[in-house]
Design a protein around this ligand. Structure first.
Ligand code: ATP
Ligand code: MG
Length: 233
């Protein structure tokens, strides 16, 4: 029989810690879009948001990195080609800082009032890009990202799966990450697929070459069962 998780220990200074929050919010719905560059995350986030809004739901469309005042500064540093070389750990910590701020000030408050939060990228992007892409120890990157987010997890993560060359060809101009090698982007793609395969209850993998409308319909069908805990405006 599995043993119950031990109660969280206090700090070395014996200061009691606040209780941790559940990984899956019991109010509101967190939906996340993941996938490589140009796979259609922003397109599908907007479409899902519009559909939910038309149905009267309280919807928050958001993204990582950068959708808070502090996150905006972090985004500029991690994505601007002017930043040049950045130590891999520094980069991972900057992404984690963006996530901490995003979850604490935007995502959790929205979920608490029952909103459907649709985020364009989340923790899995860090695991894929800073872990598999940069080849940092994924378990270590995950520990940092989970700490940053208080281990808040999406009810549903939609992975838009695409051959990197196809996604990169969908737009012009490259930021710091987009300019990485094809091998880097291939490791990123594999990482998303591995995470999805390990937790099929919380993931939907879609072929991002499919028609935009067909992808939208598949996303709606997967989101629908979660809407019972979402509030209408
Ligand atoms: N299913 C699709 N088939 C073909 N083209 C698509 C599809 N979905 C989106 N596109 C087009 O591909 C381009 C990239 O889409 P989008 O910006 O939604 O991707 P993204 O994943 O958000 O990209 P980025 O990684 O740059 O943020 C856009 O020009 C969009 O119109
Ligand atoms: Mg986008």
């Amino acid at each position: 029989m599995a043993e119950a998780a031990p109660a969280r220990a206090g700090s070395v200074l014996r200061v009691p810690l606040p209780p941790s929050l559940p990984a899956y919010a019991d109010r509101g719905v967190l939906v996340c879009f993941e996938g490589g560059e140009g796979s259609g995350k922003s397109t599908q986030s907007r479409r899902l948001g519009a559909w939910l809004e038309a149905d009267g739901f309280d919807v928050v469309l958001t993204y990582e990195p950068g959708d808070t005042p502090v996150g905006k500064e972090v985004r500029r540093i991690v994505l601007s080609p002017e930043t040049g070389e950045l130590d891999d750990r520094t980069e991972a910590l900057l992404y984690a800082a963006d996530k901490a701020e995003h979850v604490a000030t935007l995502v959790r408050p929205a979920l608490e009032r029952g909103a459907v939060v649709v985020t364009d990228r989340y923790v899995d992007s860090t695991l894929a890009y800073q872990g598999a892409g940069r080849t940092l120890d994924v378990a270590e990157v995950e520990a940092v990202a989970r700490w940053a987010t208080g281990d808040l997890r999406p009810h549903l993560t939609v992975v838009l799966d695409l051959e990197p060359a196809t996604g990169l060809a969908r737009f012009e101009g490259r930021d710091r990450i987009e300019g990485e090698s094809l091998a880097f982007h291939q490791r990123v793609r594999q990482a998303f697929l591995v995470m999805a395969a390990a937790d099929p209850d919380h993931y939907l993998v879609l072929d991002a070459r499919a028609d935009v409308d067909a992808i939208e319909a598949a996303v709606r069908a997967a989101v629908l069962p979660h809407l019972g805990q979402a509030a209408r405006t």
